[in-house]
Design a protein around this ligand. Structure first.
Ligand code: DAH
Length: 340
């Protein structure tokens, strides 16, 4: 029975029709009174109880496959009902249309942008192909810094001066070079790193960079901005924690954790029982960086931060494998239909 059903399933999948009449003939062939399905159901009588159960399931599968195929063929031949003969019959049902959905990264990126926009940050973009100055030198990376290595960075045409940007911090420089403070902007975009692709690392991902430069900008301003962001993004109970860190372009620098949104900070497998999960890097813009952009560090100060969009998306939707974001598997993407 199984072999017969499988053969039919393959035939059904492969069946094509151009006219409503062909679809109707297909329906009669399988599920019409004298069709194949009724005949197979009759055969079931001869089987013992166990086999009959299995055969029943197979035949149901077959019936569903026929009905599904008919639906698809009908939508393809532009006639939801074969009784409707003419295009200008206004009572004719609309053609079946597949409904798309937004990508989870787009949903989360939009939410992040909206939060900063409400705080008065403008939204700007910079190029993905960058020169050494904007991606590294102006950001105070010393010449021997390991990030400048071929191992980490994709260079374009082996030119050591041109590469795919490794972070959106490059756009900070472009913005500061081209404007005078006050500056309050975020820079969303895609970044690239020469990493082996796995569940936890990818050769491209997305960041949102933030920059605020004005007179008297302090670390307290940074902290309050990020606290507000975290509570808007997650929930009003979310706590933040800043840990001292190092980035060439900020001094002092910090990494920021939020209280684990899965266990509420009590400790669970996801936060490795610490109650905290890291979400971003930040700090006060290093005076050297301001100088590189012709902004006087004696007059102005600023803060900057860089947030990974995949990271936030994983926290919200528990996506276990980064590769899912770029595989275009509809079974994954369709789950986000209701989310926007
Ligand atoms: N560019 C850093 C990275 O890609 C993230 C970052 C850290 C951005 C600190 C900042 C910052 O603006 O201040 O890992």
């Amino acid at each position: 029975m199984k072999d017969i059903v499988n053969q039919h399933l393959a035939d059904i999948e492969a069946f094509l029709a151009e006219t409503p009449e062909e679809i109707e003939a297909f329906r009669i062939k399988y599920i019409g009174k004298k069709g194949l399905m009724p005949a197979l159901f009759t055969k079931m009588k001869d089987l013992d109880a166990e086999q009959r159960k299995e055969a029943g399931q197979l035949l149901n599968q077959l019936k569903n496959a026929v009905n599904d195929r008919i639906e698809i063929l009908k939508s393809q031949t532009n006639s939801s009902s074969i009784n409707f003969q003419t295009e200008d019959d206004l009572s004719r049902p609309a053609n079946f249309a597949f409904e798309g959905s937004r990508h989870p990264l787009s949903i989360v990126r939009k939410k992040m942008i909206d939060i900063f926009a409400r705080m008065g940050f403008t939204v700007e973009e910079g190029p993905e192909i960058e020169d050494d100055w904007h991606n590294f030198s102006a950001l105070n990376f010393p010449p021997e810094h390991p990030a400048r290595d071929m191992q980490d960075t994709f260079f374009v045409d082996k030119d050591p001066d041109i590469a795919l940007r490794t972070h959106t911090s490059s756009v900070q420089i472009r913005k500061m070079e081209n404007s005078t403070p006050p500056i309050r902007s975020i820079f969303p975009g895609r970044v690239y790193r020469n990493e082996a692709i796995s569940a936890r690392a990818h050769c491209f991902f997305h960041q949102i960079e933030g920059l605020y430069v004005d007179k008297n900008v302090s670390f307290a301003d940074l902290k309050q901005t990020l606290l507000h962001f975290s509570r808007e993004m997650f929930d009003a109970e979310t706590g933040i924690r800043l840990r001292p860190s190092y980035f060439p372009f900020t001094e002092p620098s910090a990494e920021m954790d939020i209280s684990c949104n899965l266990c509420g900070g009590k400790g669970c497998g996801f936060c490795k029982y610490t109650g905290w999960v890291e979400i971003l890097g930040c700090g006060m813009v290093d005076p050297n960086v301001l100088k590189n952009c012709d902004i006087d560090p004696g007059v102005y100060s600023g803060f900057a931060f860089g947030i990974g969009v995949e990271r936030i998306t994983n926290l919200i939707y528990s996506v276990k494998d980064l590769r899912m974001f770029s595989e275009n598997d509809l079974r994954f993407l369709n789950q986000f239909k209701a989310a926007h």
